[in-house]
Design a protein around this ligand. Structure first.
Ligand SMILES: *Cc1c(COP(=O)(O)O)cnc(C)c1O
Length: 419
């Protein structure tokens, strides 16, 4: 990669949507249905000759909305902002990250088609691909180790997969995908590269790096407040519009719609996502470095000791660091649990809760929580040890205050338990 993408500049260059009365913020279009001024407009909308959901109509006549499960103007604007951030032609938001993942994969695959996916992916996505899809849709998935390019290539060749599905930074081992290399392999075998970029918004821009579609669980960093469940899809105009097709569009027909009030709120958070990512990353790096100096088993892509440190450094955009997540391996579940209890109940360090990207620190034991859909063998294969704590570093308090709390808790756990 020679030219780096700048998501902050791209967002600033995109059109600013004003409110109905000249407000600096856009208005909320809180309507589930939309009128037409002439009765003969309605059949044209349904035939796809008018309306934002038809590229043909959009090019010819401009916007005309139909019904809230289809495009809504406020959600559409949020989608445009996300598309600018991801460097894609178009984007649209959904009611959840998993809603976006399911819709995208069902749009690409028909019954009997195959997917090749990384074996280190979010537990819900893993269950969707491994159990739900084969049972309900006849779409099957072969799971591969992304660092083994020969295995990826072989799987794509043998299965004639429609999609190569990966996470830019994988949950919870923080493995970093080599997006340019994987996109080249996927395209050689006619597969689309779909990337879940939930862990690394702003830091990685998968489409400029060669991917076809980007998905986010907006629930995490983009929201930043752990208060709403939301998702998004960014890609080509043709693909985003196909999701809303009245006859075969997965978003239109499965209906994981984002509420315009939620979309409006999220448009007010996106402008400071870059600042938040920078702070999350800066703190995570200091913590990871200091933990490593103490001899702890810490895994963070910003450390030279991380397996894909160079892979990330080569692809990442400038100014947002290496992400806000690291893992700490305490060896056993008991020690991991004790550390988290001290940090939550004796200090104000953070909370024992799944999820990530919150302004407060969140800690969870991956093996017994977010990755518990995987069997013990699958967890071992994915590098998830029982004492592994995933930490999503928050922004509150001072860095030194938080570090002192962590050191105190570590010292308490390191003391023998008297057995
Ligand atoms: C949380 C998460 C999802 C699922 O998103 P929801 O918004 O909870 O539906 C998908 N992928 C990753 C990487 C996640 O962390």
């Amino acid at each position: 990669m020679t030219t780096k993408f700048d998501p902050v500049a791209a967002m600033a260059d995109s059109r600013h949507e004003f409110g109905e009365h000249g407000g600096v913020n856009l208005s909320i279009e809180a309507s589930t249905t939309f009128t037409v001024m002439a009765a003969d407009e309605m059949p044209k909308i349904f035939r796809g000759e008018r309306g934002p959901f038809s590229m043909q109509a959009r090019n010819a006549t401009g916007g005309c909305y139909l019904y809230g499960r289809n495009f809504n103007p406020t959600v559409y604007t949020f989608g445009r902002m996300l598309a600018a951030m991801e460097g894609t032609e178009a984007g649209y938001a959904t009611a959840s990250g998993l809603g976006a993942i399911a819709a995208v994969l069902m749009q690409f695959c028909n019954s009997g088609d195959h997917i090749v996916a990384s074996k280190t992916i979010y537990g819900g996505t893993f269950a969707l691909l491994k159990e739900f899809f084969p049972l309900k849709t006849g779409v099957t998935t072969r799971f591969v180790d992304l660092s083994d390019m020969v295995a990826v290539e072989l799987a794509l060749q043998q299965t004639k997969a429609k999609v190569l599905y990966i996470e830019s930074m994988a949950n919870p081992t923080l493995e970093v995908a080599d997006i340019p290399a994987l996109s080249a392999i996927a395209h050689r075998y006619g597969a689309a590269l779909v990337v879940d970029n939930t862990f690394s918004p702003m830091i990685l821009s998968p489409v400029p790096l060669g991917a076809d579609v980007v998905i986010h669980s907006v629930t995490k960093y983009i929201s930043g407040a752990s208060d709403v469940i939301a998702g998004a899809v960014c890609g080509s105009e043709e693909f985003i519009y196909s999701l809303m097709d009245l006859h075969v569009g997965s978003l239109m027909l499965l209906g994981p719609t984002m509420d315009p009030k939620i979309a409006h709120e999220l448009t007010l958070r996106l402008p400071h996502l870059g600042l938040r990512m920078r702070e999350h990353s800066a703190r995570a790096l200091v913590f990871a470095q200091r933990l490593e100096e103490r001899g702890a088993k810490v895994c963070y892509p910003g450390l030279a000791s991380h397996r894909q440190h160079d892979v990330l450094a080569r692809q990442m955009n400038e100014g947002f660091g290496f992400g806000g997540l690291f893992t700490l391996d305490l060896g056993t579940v008991e020690r991991a649990n004790r550390l988290m209890e001290i940090l939550q109940n004796e200090h104000s360090f953070g909370f024992m809760a799944v999820s990530l990207g919150y302004f407060e620190t969140l800690m969870s034991c991956s093996g017994s929580s977010t990755s518990s859909e995987l069997t013990a063998e699958e967890q071992q294969a994915a590098g998830i040890s029982p004492g592994l704590i995933r930490v999503s570093i928050g922004l509150t308090g001072s860095l030194e205050q938080r570090w002192a709390q962590l050191v105190d808790a570590l010292q308490k756990v390191e003391q023998p338990l008297g057995r």
